[in-house]
Ligand binder design. Sequence first.
Ligand code: UTP
Length: 296
Amino acid sequence: MLNTKVKKAVIPAAGLGTRVLPASKAMPKEMLSIVDKPAIQYIVEEAAASGIEDILIITSRGKSIVEDHFDRNPELEEKLLASGREEVCREMRRISDLCGITYIRQKEIRGLGHAVYCARSFVGNEPFAVLYGDDVVIGPNPACRQLCEAYERYGLGIAGVKKVALEVIGKYCSLDAERMEDGYFRVRDMIEKPRPEEVISPYAILGRVVLPPEIFPILEKTPPGAGGEIQLTDAMRILARQDTMIGVEYEGKRYDMGNKLGILQAIVEVGLQHPEIGGAFREYLNGMSAGGQFSL
Ligand code: UTP
Protein backbone atom coordinates (compact mmCIF):
# COMPACT_ATOMS: atom_id res chain seq x y z
CA MET A 1 0.00 0.00 0.00
CA LEU A 2 1.42 3.37 -1.01
CA ASN A 3 -1.17 5.32 0.90
CA THR A 4 -0.94 8.22 -1.54
CA LYS A 5 -4.40 9.72 -1.59
CA VAL A 6 -5.72 11.36 -4.74
CA LYS A 7 -7.12 14.72 -3.62
CA LYS A 8 -7.33 16.69 -6.85
CA ALA A 9 -9.51 16.23 -9.91
CA VAL A 10 -9.68 17.89 -13.31
CA ILE A 11 -12.91 18.04 -15.30
CA PRO A 12 -12.29 19.05 -18.92
CA ALA A 13 -15.44 20.78 -20.15
CA ALA A 14 -14.15 23.14 -22.81
CA GLY A 15 -14.96 21.13 -25.95
CA LEU A 16 -17.20 22.39 -28.73
CA GLY A 17 -19.66 19.50 -28.53
CA THR A 18 -20.15 19.36 -32.28
CA ARG A 19 -21.92 15.98 -32.11
CA VAL A 20 -24.84 17.39 -30.19
CA LEU A 21 -25.40 20.58 -32.15
CA PRO A 22 -27.59 22.61 -32.16
CA ALA A 23 -28.26 21.83 -28.46
CA SER A 24 -24.65 22.73 -27.63
CA LYS A 25 -24.42 25.91 -29.71
CA ALA A 26 -25.05 28.28 -26.80
CA MET A 27 -25.53 25.76 -23.96
CA PRO A 28 -22.46 23.71 -22.96
CA LYS A 29 -23.23 20.00 -23.45
CA GLU A 30 -21.86 19.47 -19.92
CA MET A 31 -24.84 21.56 -18.69
CA LEU A 32 -27.49 19.49 -20.49
CA SER A 33 -29.87 18.08 -17.90
CA ILE A 34 -30.49 14.47 -17.04
CA VAL A 35 -34.06 14.94 -15.79
CA ASP A 36 -33.45 17.81 -13.33
CA LYS A 37 -29.68 18.00 -12.86
CA PRO A 38 -26.98 19.09 -15.31
CA ALA A 39 -24.54 16.38 -16.35
CA ILE A 40 -21.57 18.13 -14.78
CA GLN A 41 -23.27 18.17 -11.36
CA TYR A 42 -23.41 14.35 -11.38
CA ILE A 43 -19.69 14.39 -12.16
CA VAL A 44 -18.79 16.86 -9.39
CA GLU A 45 -20.91 14.80 -6.95
CA GLU A 46 -19.04 11.65 -8.00
CA ALA A 47 -15.67 13.35 -7.40
CA ALA A 48 -16.76 14.64 -3.98
CA ALA A 49 -18.08 11.18 -3.02
CA SER A 50 -14.68 9.76 -4.02
CA GLY A 51 -12.78 11.85 -1.47
CA ILE A 52 -11.61 14.52 -3.93
CA GLU A 53 -11.09 17.86 -2.15
CA ASP A 54 -10.23 20.24 -5.01
CA ILE A 55 -11.62 20.30 -8.52
CA LEU A 56 -10.44 22.28 -11.52
CA ILE A 57 -13.02 22.65 -14.27
CA ILE A 58 -11.55 23.52 -17.68
CA THR A 59 -13.97 25.82 -19.48
CA SER A 60 -13.88 27.99 -22.58
CA ARG A 61 -15.74 30.87 -24.21
CA GLY A 62 -19.50 30.70 -23.62
CA LYS A 63 -19.23 28.26 -20.72
CA SER A 64 -19.40 30.65 -17.73
CA ILE A 65 -22.87 29.25 -16.99
CA VAL A 66 -20.98 26.28 -15.47
CA GLU A 67 -19.49 28.64 -12.87
CA ASP A 68 -22.91 30.16 -12.16
CA HIS A 69 -24.34 26.72 -11.48
CA PHE A 70 -21.83 25.96 -8.71
CA ASP A 71 -21.99 29.48 -7.24
CA ARG A 72 -24.37 30.67 -4.50
CA ASN A 73 -27.51 32.50 -5.66
CA PRO A 74 -28.64 34.56 -2.62
CA GLU A 75 -31.65 36.14 -4.40
CA LEU A 76 -32.99 32.73 -5.36
CA GLU A 77 -32.37 31.35 -1.87
CA GLU A 78 -34.17 34.34 -0.30
CA LYS A 79 -37.15 33.84 -2.59
CA LEU A 80 -37.32 30.11 -1.83
CA LEU A 81 -37.16 30.76 1.92
CA ALA A 82 -39.81 33.47 1.71
CA SER A 83 -42.16 31.01 0.01
CA GLY A 84 -41.49 28.29 2.62
CA ARG A 85 -39.44 26.03 0.33
CA GLU A 86 -36.60 25.34 2.79
CA GLU A 87 -35.82 21.91 1.35
CA VAL A 88 -35.24 23.27 -2.17
CA CYS A 89 -33.18 26.11 -0.72
CA ARG A 90 -30.97 23.65 1.19
CA GLU A 91 -30.47 21.68 -2.03
CA MET A 92 -29.40 24.88 -3.88
CA ARG A 93 -26.82 25.62 -1.16
CA ARG A 94 -25.58 22.04 -1.19
CA ILE A 95 -24.64 22.42 -4.87
CA SER A 96 -22.25 25.27 -4.08
CA ASP A 97 -20.79 23.43 -1.07
CA LEU A 98 -20.04 20.15 -2.85
CA CYS A 99 -16.31 20.68 -3.27
CA GLY A 100 -13.69 23.39 -3.69
CA ILE A 101 -13.98 24.29 -7.38
CA THR A 102 -11.73 26.55 -9.43
CA TYR A 103 -11.87 27.28 -13.13
CA ILE A 104 -9.44 27.91 -15.92
CA ARG A 105 -10.06 28.64 -19.58
CA GLN A 106 -8.63 26.63 -22.40
CA LYS A 107 -8.12 29.49 -24.84
CA GLU A 108 -7.91 27.33 -27.95
CA ILE A 109 -9.79 24.06 -28.23
CA ARG A 110 -6.87 21.83 -29.16
CA GLY A 111 -8.01 18.50 -27.73
CA LEU A 112 -8.45 16.63 -24.46
CA GLY A 113 -4.69 16.24 -23.96
CA HIS A 114 -4.22 19.99 -24.29
CA ALA A 115 -7.13 20.63 -21.88
CA VAL A 116 -5.47 18.41 -19.25
CA TYR A 117 -2.12 20.15 -19.89
CA CYS A 118 -3.83 23.45 -18.91
CA ALA A 119 -4.22 21.96 -15.39
CA ARG A 120 -0.48 21.60 -14.69
CA SER A 121 -0.17 24.51 -12.20
CA PHE A 122 -3.29 23.41 -10.32
CA VAL A 123 -2.05 19.82 -10.09
CA GLY A 124 1.58 20.54 -9.11
CA ASN A 125 3.43 17.41 -8.11
CA GLU A 126 0.50 15.21 -7.11
CA PRO A 127 -1.51 12.42 -8.68
CA PHE A 128 -4.88 13.60 -9.98
CA ALA A 129 -8.11 12.21 -11.34
CA VAL A 130 -9.56 13.24 -14.71
CA LEU A 131 -13.33 12.97 -15.10
CA TYR A 132 -14.36 13.71 -18.69
CA GLY A 133 -17.02 16.42 -18.56
CA ASP A 134 -19.47 14.67 -20.85
CA ASP A 135 -19.25 11.18 -19.32
CA VAL A 136 -21.71 10.63 -16.48
CA VAL A 137 -21.27 7.41 -14.50
CA ILE A 138 -24.01 6.34 -12.12
CA GLY A 139 -23.74 3.54 -9.59
CA PRO A 140 -23.55 2.83 -5.87
CA ASN A 141 -19.72 2.83 -5.79
CA PRO A 142 -18.40 6.07 -7.35
CA ALA A 143 -16.27 5.22 -10.40
CA CYS A 144 -13.63 7.81 -9.51
CA ARG A 145 -13.24 6.23 -6.07
CA GLN A 146 -12.64 2.82 -7.66
CA LEU A 147 -9.78 4.32 -9.69
CA CYS A 148 -8.36 6.23 -6.71
CA GLU A 149 -8.28 2.97 -4.72
CA ALA A 150 -6.32 1.34 -7.53
CA TYR A 151 -3.88 4.28 -7.49
CA GLU A 152 -3.40 3.89 -3.74
CA ARG A 153 -2.55 0.27 -4.35
CA TYR A 154 -0.21 0.57 -7.34
CA GLY A 155 1.00 4.19 -7.48
CA LEU A 156 0.77 4.00 -11.30
CA GLY A 157 -1.42 5.64 -13.94
CA ILE A 158 -4.93 4.18 -13.77
CA ALA A 159 -7.30 3.89 -16.73
CA GLY A 160 -11.03 3.36 -16.19
CA VAL A 161 -11.94 0.75 -18.78
CA LYS A 162 -15.02 -0.96 -20.15
CA LYS A 163 -15.61 -3.55 -22.84
CA VAL A 164 -17.26 -1.99 -25.89
CA ALA A 165 -18.77 -3.51 -29.02
CA LEU A 166 -16.18 -3.94 -31.76
CA GLU A 167 -18.42 -2.07 -34.21
CA VAL A 168 -18.04 1.12 -32.17
CA ILE A 169 -14.54 0.85 -30.73
CA GLY A 170 -13.23 3.04 -33.57
CA LYS A 171 -14.83 6.01 -31.77
CA TYR A 172 -12.82 5.34 -28.62
CA CYS A 173 -9.42 3.77 -28.05
CA SER A 174 -8.38 0.14 -27.95
CA LEU A 175 -6.14 -1.26 -25.23
CA ASP A 176 -3.48 -3.92 -25.16
CA ALA A 177 -4.56 -5.09 -21.72
CA GLU A 178 -3.96 -8.31 -19.84
CA ARG A 179 -6.14 -9.20 -16.87
CA MET A 180 -4.17 -9.88 -13.69
CA GLU A 181 -5.09 -12.22 -10.86
CA ASP A 182 -6.61 -9.47 -8.73
CA GLY A 183 -9.00 -8.43 -11.55
CA TYR A 184 -7.04 -5.32 -12.56
CA PHE A 185 -5.43 -5.08 -16.00
CA ARG A 186 -1.84 -4.50 -16.92
CA VAL A 187 -2.11 -1.99 -19.80
CA ARG A 188 0.82 -2.26 -22.19
CA ASP A 189 -0.29 -0.16 -25.13
CA MET A 190 -3.26 1.72 -26.55
CA ILE A 191 -4.38 3.29 -29.78
CA GLU A 192 -6.78 6.21 -30.17
CA LYS A 193 -9.64 5.88 -32.69
CA PRO A 194 -8.30 2.62 -34.21
CA ARG A 195 -9.16 1.54 -37.75
CA PRO A 196 -10.67 -2.00 -37.80
CA GLU A 197 -7.31 -3.62 -38.57
CA GLU A 198 -5.67 -1.72 -35.67
CA VAL A 199 -8.06 -2.88 -32.90
CA ILE A 200 -6.05 -4.66 -30.19
CA SER A 201 -8.90 -5.61 -27.81
CA PRO A 202 -12.51 -4.64 -27.10
CA TYR A 203 -11.37 -2.76 -23.98
CA ALA A 204 -11.43 1.05 -24.16
CA ILE A 205 -10.77 3.88 -21.71
CA LEU A 206 -14.11 5.46 -20.94
CA GLY A 207 -14.37 8.76 -19.11
CA ARG A 208 -12.16 8.28 -16.04
CA VAL A 209 -8.42 8.15 -15.42
CA VAL A 210 -6.00 8.86 -12.57
CA LEU A 211 -2.63 10.16 -13.66
CA PRO A 212 0.74 10.87 -12.08
CA PRO A 213 2.19 14.38 -12.57
CA GLU A 214 4.79 12.80 -14.90
CA ILE A 215 2.10 13.04 -17.59
CA PHE A 216 2.73 16.81 -18.02
CA PRO A 217 6.22 16.69 -19.59
CA ILE A 218 4.84 13.98 -21.89
CA LEU A 219 1.82 16.10 -22.83
CA GLU A 220 4.08 19.06 -23.51
CA LYS A 221 5.71 17.07 -26.30
CA THR A 222 2.63 15.26 -27.61
CA PRO A 223 1.91 16.30 -31.20
CA PRO A 224 -1.63 16.51 -32.59
CA GLY A 225 -2.99 13.03 -33.34
CA ALA A 226 -6.39 11.68 -34.40
CA GLY A 227 -8.68 14.46 -35.67
CA GLY A 228 -5.76 16.94 -35.54
CA GLU A 229 -6.23 17.21 -31.72
CA ILE A 230 -3.71 16.69 -28.92
CA GLN A 231 -4.97 13.37 -27.59
CA LEU A 232 -4.66 12.37 -23.93
CA THR A 233 -4.49 8.74 -25.12
CA ASP A 234 -1.28 9.46 -27.06
CA ALA A 235 0.38 10.69 -23.85
CA MET A 236 -0.99 7.83 -21.72
CA ARG A 237 0.36 5.45 -24.35
CA ILE A 238 3.89 6.46 -23.31
CA LEU A 239 3.07 5.50 -19.70
CA ALA A 240 1.59 2.20 -20.91
CA ARG A 241 4.70 1.39 -22.95
CA GLN A 242 6.83 2.08 -19.86
CA ASP A 243 4.69 -0.52 -18.07
CA THR A 244 3.32 2.10 -15.66
CA MET A 245 -0.40 1.91 -16.45
CA ILE A 246 -3.07 -0.22 -14.80
CA GLY A 247 -6.67 -0.69 -15.99
CA VAL A 248 -9.75 -0.92 -13.77
CA GLU A 249 -12.98 -2.25 -15.22
CA TYR A 250 -15.10 0.07 -13.12
CA GLU A 251 -18.64 -0.66 -11.95
CA GLY A 252 -21.38 1.80 -12.81
CA LYS A 253 -23.47 2.69 -15.85
CA ARG A 254 -21.79 5.19 -18.15
CA TYR A 255 -23.81 7.67 -20.16
CA ASP A 256 -22.18 9.53 -23.04
CA MET A 257 -23.63 13.04 -22.92
CA GLY A 258 -21.55 13.87 -25.99
CA ASN A 259 -23.92 12.10 -28.36
CA LYS A 260 -27.67 12.31 -28.90
CA LEU A 261 -28.51 8.67 -28.17
CA GLY A 262 -26.43 8.74 -24.98
CA ILE A 263 -28.35 11.78 -23.75
CA LEU A 264 -31.70 10.07 -24.38
CA GLN A 265 -30.56 6.85 -22.66
CA ALA A 266 -29.49 8.83 -19.60
CA ILE A 267 -32.77 10.71 -19.41
CA VAL A 268 -34.92 7.58 -19.79
CA GLU A 269 -32.96 5.42 -17.32
CA VAL A 270 -32.50 8.09 -14.67
CA GLY A 271 -36.11 9.25 -15.22
CA LEU A 272 -37.42 5.73 -14.53
CA GLN A 273 -35.57 5.69 -11.16
CA HIS A 274 -36.48 9.25 -10.21
CA PRO A 275 -38.23 9.38 -6.80
CA GLU A 276 -40.61 12.17 -7.86
CA ILE A 277 -41.62 11.28 -11.41
CA GLY A 278 -40.31 7.70 -11.94
CA GLY A 279 -43.69 5.98 -11.46
CA ALA A 280 -45.62 8.32 -13.76
CA PHE A 281 -42.86 8.14 -16.39
CA ARG A 282 -42.94 4.31 -16.31
CA GLU A 283 -46.73 4.38 -16.84
CA TYR A 284 -46.27 6.81 -19.71
CA LEU A 285 -43.62 4.63 -21.40
CA ASN A 286 -45.73 1.47 -20.90
CA GLY A 287 -48.65 3.25 -22.54
CA MET A 288 -46.46 4.35 -25.43
CA SER A 289 -45.05 0.85 -26.02
CA ALA A 290 -48.60 -0.57 -25.95
CA GLY A 291 -49.34 1.84 -28.80
CA GLY A 292 -51.70 3.93 -26.69
CA GLN A 293 -52.39 7.62 -26.90
CA PHE A 294 -51.18 9.14 -23.68
CA SER A 295 -51.51 12.43 -21.97
CA LEU A 296 -49.98 13.10 -18.56
P1 UTP B 1 -14.89 15.10 -26.53
O1 UTP B 1 -13.91 14.88 -27.62
O2 UTP B 1 -15.94 14.08 -26.29
O3 UTP B 1 -15.61 16.51 -26.67
O4 UTP B 1 -14.06 15.36 -25.21
P2 UTP B 1 -15.83 17.49 -27.90
O5 UTP B 1 -14.56 17.78 -28.60
O6 UTP B 1 -16.59 18.65 -27.32
O7 UTP B 1 -16.81 16.61 -28.82
P3 UTP B 1 -17.31 16.74 -30.32
O8 UTP B 1 -16.56 15.66 -31.04
O9 UTP B 1 -17.03 18.13 -30.84
O10 UTP B 1 -18.78 16.46 -30.26
C1 UTP B 1 -14.34 14.83 -23.92
C2 UTP B 1 -14.39 15.95 -22.88
O11 UTP B 1 -13.23 16.76 -22.97
C3 UTP B 1 -13.57 18.13 -23.14
C4 UTP B 1 -14.99 18.14 -23.67
O12 UTP B 1 -15.67 19.33 -23.25
C5 UTP B 1 -15.60 16.88 -23.09
O13 UTP B 1 -16.23 17.12 -21.84
N1 UTP B 1 -12.61 18.78 -24.06
C6 UTP B 1 -12.41 18.28 -25.32
C7 UTP B 1 -11.93 19.89 -23.63
O14 UTP B 1 -12.09 20.37 -22.49
N2 UTP B 1 -11.07 20.52 -24.50
C8 UTP B 1 -10.84 20.04 -25.76
O15 UTP B 1 -10.02 20.66 -26.50
C9 UTP B 1 -11.54 18.89 -26.18
